[in-house]
Design a protein around this ligand. Structure first.
Ligand code: MG
Length: 367
């Protein structure tokens, strides 16, 4: 396959409600989309970076620059590029996993569309719909939290995840557990907000029967997580720490986690995501698919990944309406707490050209 041009688009999607974690707050999604124009057709991908480097080290204008100056010229100079070769071609560039993942995914989409094969089929999916959970940001009050959770449960979500931070942890978890009872599938995500010295505070969460506690400590603190996992009865799950199959293998060997949240963009794409899935399966460690406020393009590919066998916990994929009033693809909707896995060629979702053009704030074509 010959790559003839790569198109980058910045689109602006207003969020239904502002989303706040321990690290960051946002009230709109400014997304970066990549389209590869190849000898065999087009392929699209979402590069779910944020405008600033506050959640991930990569950020939108940085990703645009590294693609335009380095990654795209390297890809266009390489003969016979396939998705499986993209990482090797781009290996001279250090880091920039999310930018590389977006290019790999766009090439994979083009390749699979040309072969009339879906992401789900290619990755080895075993389900045609997946149960989904919802991630609840940090609201202004406990009453607001309870009403949001109630609303999501009425919509049919199968699992609730609460964002926590020091000072907003034990009380909200207790309040939700008391209000909705012991059978609610409930988990908490700290997004790296704690230090090892706060282990006693995290231990207090043990009494609430959480499915897991996600990424309490710094992303590079695998040993800290291994020590913490010994102190807690709540299973420790890693998210920000898991940046590659190699890091995942180290985390498992160290006992730093007993559950893994796989974010395809962060680990370098869907091929690396599948490798982490296989590794965790071999260790008997369940995985689930996290979300990075993807547009419908990324959401579609994430649904295919989440349909693999060892994705035994509901992911953060959510229906489109959880985040956006309008998306650049047809919306994904909930049906009894599940979302259908797209079965068409490639990601199986089509971009709505009129909406895309209306929401685009920047467009460049690299040749
Ligand atoms: Mg997380």
């Amino acid at each position: 396959m010959k790559i003839e041009a790569v198109e980058l688009r910045v689109v602006r999607l207003p969020l239904v409600t502002p989303f706040r974690t321990s690290q960051h707050s946002q009230d709109e999604r400014i997304a970066l989309l990549v389209c590869v124009h190849t000898s065999e057709g087009e392929g699209w991908a979402d590069c779910p970076v944020s405008p600033g480097p506050f959640h991930e080290p990569e950020f939108l204008s940085g990703s645009r620059a590294v693609m335009a100056e380095y990654l795209v010229p390297m890809l266009m100079a390489a003969p016979g590029v396939t998705a499986a070769r993209v990482q090797a071609v781009l290996a001279p560039v250090k880091g920039h996993q999310m930018a590389k993942a977006a290019l790999e995914t766009a090439v994979l989409d083009a390749e699979l569309r040309a072969k009339q094969m879906s992401f789900a089929q290619y990755l080895g999916a075993v389900r045609d719909r997946v149960p989904v959970g919802v991630s609840v940001g940090i609201p202004g009050s406990l009453a607001e939290l309870i009403s949001q959770v109630e609303d999501y449960l009425e919509q049919g979500y199968k699992r609730i995840k609460l964002k926590i931070e020091p000072g907003w942890d034990i009380e909200p978890v207790r309040a939700v557990r008391q209000r909705f009872g012991p059978d609610l599938a409930l988990q908490a995500d700290a997004n790296t907000a704690y230090s090892p010295a706060s282990a006693h505070r995290l231990r207090a969460l043990d009494e609430f029967g959480l499915l897991l506690l996600e990424q309490p400590l710094a992303a590079d603190d695998l040993l800290g997580h291994a020590d913490l996992a010994q102190l807690l009865t709540t299973p420790v799950c890693l998210d920000e720490s898991i940046t590659s199959p190699r890091v995942a293998a180290a985390a498992l060997r160290l006992g730093a986690c007993s559950v893994v949240n796989i974010k395809p963009a962060r680990v370098g794409g869907y091929l690396a995501a599948r490798a982490i899935h296989d590794l965790c399966a071999a260790h008997g460690v369940p995985v689930w698919c996290g979300g990075m406020l993807e547009t419908g393009v990324g959401r579609a590919a994430n649904l295919a990944l989440a349909a693999l066998e060892n994705f035994t916990l509901p992911g953060d994929i959510s229906a489109t309406a959880r985040y956006f009033t309008e998306d650049i693809t047809a919306p994904f909707t909930l049906d009894d707490g599940h979302i259908a896995v797209p079965s068409g060629p490639g990601t199986g979702t089509e971009i709505l050209p009129g909406v895309l053009d209306r929401l685009t704030t920047h467009r460049e074509i690299l040749r």
